[in-house]
Design a protein around this ligand. Structure first.
Ligand SMILES: Cc1cc2nc3c(=O)[nH]c(=O)nc-3n(C[C@H](O)[C@H](O)[C@H](O)COP(=O)(O)OP(=O)(O)OC[C@H]3O[C@@H](n4cnc5c(N)ncnc54)[C@H](O)[C@@H]3O)c2cc1C
Length: 398
């Protein structure tokens, strides 16, 4: 039986960041994940999505000792461009730029491939003698008491810990073991994710094109084989997404270029295509005895406005602040109650906000699409409101 300060279930990007952050802060950590991390883009099953880290998330990655490893691979996002192409023809009819320079000296965020994040995070954890990464082993069950939790892993070993962090994804086994339910909204949508090269440079502009079915988002990446390159998240009705993913490359390139309204010129696939189901989900509670839920174990939302993992890092920052403020109180009721209070409202508001944006973006009806375009224009025209919304998007309190 091992005794550790913290047990983390889940070695996705959130769990690995948690291990690096709590490890760097001097806590002893065991982290377990049944699926070994894939740290190479060409390996089957590699996560080819990218994550746009907003400013506060970058600060947290720095605190975890991760940012120095990542900065050389990160593409800055200076401008967020919203394009409405919801008219009769798929061409831009409203284009509005939200420039980070209006509110800060820094870019909005930095884009990084998920497989590379895993590679660098695993390397960082290996530098920390107080972090024990059990790859290929999962969380099986737990028994909690007032003073500690006893966790059993799938290899039959067990450990006692003061705090269990559930970072084990949308179907979280820790959430289930803690008896916490979750409320799920299904949109009938899927996201096709892939990388493209294109004729026109992206100029560090992230562009979200709205027509129907959901947004088509291009996020800047470093050049690929000497050509400008972007990561794409293309959200569509589920059947349509499945059809798109099965098209020949030439047909897919043609449809993707048309759907992008030509904003970056002709698009050419530069990676495999992957398909992800889109849901919204919130756990009924963020904590239980000796247990805290973070990231997708606590909240899932459609990939709009780069909120998902950025909220997850806000969960971790809140948890780490509380743990460092009272090390003896780690995992106790006072700390967990404070964590729930700190995160509850922000999570509810952001999940609801992204749900509304997604529904507006799905609109098929031309009248609703016109209303959406007018909404973007009206919002943009009100400078103080526009700046406030940009700050909220970055994670500022409302
Ligand atoms: C298409 C798409 C694009 C996105 N883009 C962005 C973006 O630009 N910016 C952003 O902030 N967010 C983005 N998101 C959201 C972001 O990807 C997720 O928030 C993030 O990947 C979830 O990370 P996670 O670590 O919580 O979950 P996961 O990545 O699902 O990790 C959970 C881990 O738990 C493990 N696990 C399962 N069972 C067990 C067990 N019994 N014991 C231990 N471990 C277990 C799994 O193997 C897995 O490794 C996007 C999401 C999608 C779908």
């Amino acid at each position: 039986m091992t005794d550790v300060d913290i047990f983390i279930s889940g070695g996705g990007v959130a769990g690995l960041t948690a291990a690096a952050a709590f490890g760097a802060a001097g806590f002893s950590v065991v982290i377990a994940d049944p699926a070994p991390p894939i740290t190479d883009a060409s390996t089957e099953g590699a996560d080819l999505r990218t994550t746009a880290f907003l400013q506060p998330a970058r600060d947290f990655l720095d605190r975890a000792g991760l940012w120095p490893r990542l900065v050389a691979h990160a593409t800055p996002l200076q401008v967020m461009r919203i394009v409405d192409a919801g008219g009769a023809e798929p061409i831009p009819r409203v284009t509005k730029d939200f420039n980070a320079a209006d509110i800060s000296d820094l870019p909005f965020g930095w884009n990084l491939p998920n497989w590379l994040l895993r590679r660098e995070m695993v390397a960082r954890i290996a530098e920390l003698p107080n972090v024990d990464f059990r790859s290929g082993v999962g969380f099986k069950s737990m028994l909690t008491r007032t003073a500690h939790a006893r966790v059993t892993l799938t290899d039959g070993t067990s450990l006692t810990t003061r705090l269990v962090i559930g970072a084990d994804g949308r179907g979280s086994p820790v959430r289930q073991a803690a008896g916490i339910d979750a409320q799920t909204t299904r949109y009938g949508q899927k996201a096709v994710t892939f990388a493209v090269t294109h004729a026109a440079p992206h100029d560090n502009i992230s562009t979200e094109v709205h027509r129907s079915g959901g947004p088509f988002t291009l996020v800047p990446l470093p050049d690929h084989e000497g050509k400008p390159c972007s990561a794409v998240v293309w959200m569509e009705d589920g059947a349509e997404a499945t059809r798109l993913a099965a098209l020949s490359e030439d047909d897919f390139n043609a449809e993707a270029t048309a759907r992008s309204a030509g904003v970056n010129g002709d698009l050419t696939l530069a990676s495999r295509r992957m398909v992800w189901p889109i849901i919204s989900q919130t756990a009924d509670a963020l904590t239980a005895e000796r247990t805290a839920l973070v990231a997708e174990a606590a909240h899932v939302m459609p990939p709009i406005g780069a909120q998902g993992l950025n909220m997850s890092l806000a969960d971790l920052a809140a948890l780490l602040d509380l743990a460092e403020a009272d090390r003896d109180g780690l995992g106790g009721t006072a700390m967990l109650d404070a964590y729930a209070r700190k995160r509850h409202t922000d999570i509810r508001l952001r999940v609801k906000g992204i749900d509304l944006l997604n529904r507006a973006s799905q609109a098929e009806n031309p009248l609703l699409r016109d209303l959406r375009a007018k909404g973007v224009e009206a919002l943009y025209g009100l400078t103080p409101l526009r700046k406030q919304i940009m700050k909220l998007g970055l994670g500022a309190k409302g």
